[in-house]
Design a protein around this ligand. Structure first.
Ligand code: ITT
Length: 194
């Protein structure tokens, strides 16, 4: 089965490919020749994921999926959440989103946080949603150079290294994205066994 992956984030493409089996082929927007910045106008991961897959389905008429991911930090009342990609936008005092997160978490004892991924898939015009959650904690300084986004400051429960200190094969044992993808794959395999 072939699916267009409605994302402009190449790290997501790498992680999803790494976690897929040979029954599925993923075509990135770039590979599909689609140069489009898809807006994320809503205030839930679900609504934004739906919007991204809907836009690409309407453009192509092909089976596709998208995902929206947020980092939800307990001490920050669930922030940055749906704003994770744009957390430091318009705030030049921060080098990047991680810099802002570390500043907001300074002096905080409660370091609990979780990544949440929502996948929206459209098969033959019909949408389904799948969720994956990874619980963990935010450390006080960056560690590691792999991955992307908040990976250098997030340690998943059950590990003692950040996602940025792990290779893809290890990150997928814990990750929100891999968990949501597993649900999607199981559902696809049940829907079209062979
Ligand atoms: P698309 O919308 O094109 O898929 P995006 O980067 O804008 O790509 P999101 O809206 O889902 O994706 O943004 C979520 C942000 O959260 C993302 O830019 C990263 O900074 C961060 N993020 C998402 N998944 C992550 C992960 O597995 N590890 C660390 N940070 C992550």
């Amino acid at each position: 089965m072939t699916l267009i992956f409605a994302t402009n984030n190449n790290n997501k493409v790498k992680e999803i490919r790494n976690a897929l089996n040979e029954r599925f082929e993923i075509i990135s927007l770039k590979e599909a020749g689609i140069d489009k910045d898809i807006p994320e106008p809503y205030d839930t991961l679900e609504a934004n994921a739906s919007e991204k897959s809907r836009v690409i389905f309407e453009m192509t008429g092909k089976n596709c999926f998208s995902e929206d991911t947020g980092l939800e930090v307990e001490a920050l009342n669930g922030e940055p959440g749906v704003k994770s990609a744009r957390y430091a936008d318009g705030e030049p005092q921060y080098v990047d989103i991680v810099d802002k997160l570390l500043a907001k978490m300074e002096g905080q004892d409660n370091r609990r946080a979780r990544f949440r991924t929502v996948i929206s898939v459209i098969i033959d015009g019909k949408e389904s949603l799948f969720e994956g959650i990874c619980e963990g904690r935010i450390i006080t300084e960056r560690r590691g150079s792999n991955g992307f986004g908040y990976d250098p400051v997030f340690i998943p429960d059950g590990a003692d290294r950040t996602f940025a200190e792990m290779e893809l094969d290890e990150k997928k044992l814990y990750s929100h994205r891999a968990k949501a993808l597993k649900k999607l794959i199981e559902w696809l395999q049940q829907s079209s066994p062979s």
